[in-house]
Design a protein around this ligand. Structure first.
Ligand code: IPE
Ligand code: IPE
Ligand code: MG
Length: 242
């Protein structure tokens, strides 16, 4: 155990969500094309996953491809699709061995058939792991998720009286999981960009100017300390007792 692991705050987020932003600007800063940044971002994800396990985080949700990212040039979109495939191919054995339960949130439809198959198989293979849940938001949009939930509620013939927040939760892609405690966004943008609009309604937000490929274990550690210093009041005058 090194200094960072020993110097952890007492209150760690149970569920951490990350908007992994700034790959393109990171590449530009290094005089490289954008895909270089996406590659570097992927390598960083491996490091951060390991750090999350080490720091005792139980759920990590990562924003990897939004429903709006289809608006990017086709070559970049294809590259991002290929990255997802490569990550599953290369990392799944390791993730599985490390007790990571992989889940997908967002629309599978819309992705190529073989990618859909690959995601389903990865989810199936890791479903009984319980060291860390990794929700991969890919082709995900928060508004889209809510619309989809409403559609399914109506399809199920649920009566008006039965519709409440608990029922809505049940129809979201994160059903059964506690809400994110902390949402980190790298690269300095102060916006939600359609990420977990329902689930993060009461999350703490931490924005850092650091680009995603440079957001390392030390930066994560800083974010955890910032989170521990926050007072979460949930509408009350004093924070609730835990
Ligand atoms: C995040 O980095 C990765 C995805 C959105 C897929 P960006 O590609 O958005 O990088 P910037 O924001 O252009 O620097
Ligand atoms: C949000 O980043 C989506 C992901 C990180 C996958 P973007 O870079 O797409 O967000 P905007 O367009 O700047 O809001
Ligand atoms: Mg961006």
């Amino acid at each position: 155990m090194d200094d960072l692991a020993l110097n952890l705050p007492e209150r760690i987020p149970y569920h951490l969500a990350i908007i992994m932003d700034g790959n393109g600007r990171w590449a530009k800063q290094h005089g490289k094309p954008r895909h270089f940044g996406h590659q570097a971002g992927t390598e960083n994800l491996r490091r951060i996953l390991r750090a999350c396990s080490e720091f005792g985080i139980k759920i990590l949700t990562i924003y990897a491809f939004s429903t709006e990212n289809w608006r990017r040039p086709p070559a970049e979109v294809s590259f991002l699709m290929r990255i997802l495939e490569t990550v599953i191919d290369r990392e799944l054995d390791d993730l599985h061995a490390n007790g990571v339960q992989l889940r997908h949130i967002g629309h599978l439809e819309g992705l190529q058939d073989h990618i859909q198959r690959k995601i389903r198989q990865a989810v199936e293979r890791t479903r009984n792991n319980d060291r860390l849940i990794l929700n991969v938001a890919f082709n995900y949009g928060g508004r889209d998720e809510i619309v989809e939930a409403v559609r399914r509620i109506i399809r199920d013939g649920v009566s008006v009286e039965q519709v409440d927040e608990t029922l809505m939760e049940y129809y979201l892609s994160t059903a059964g999981q506690p809400h994110p405690d902390l949402v980190v966004r790298t690269s300095g943008e102060v916006r939600v960009s359609n990420f977990l609009v329902w689930q993060a309604a009461y999350a703490e937000y931490y924005i850092t100017p650091v680009f995603w490929p440079d957001f390392d274990r030390v930066e994560l550690h800083k974010a955890l300390h910032a989170f521990a210093a926050r007072e979460r009041r949930f509408g009350m005058v004093e924070p609730p007792e835990v």
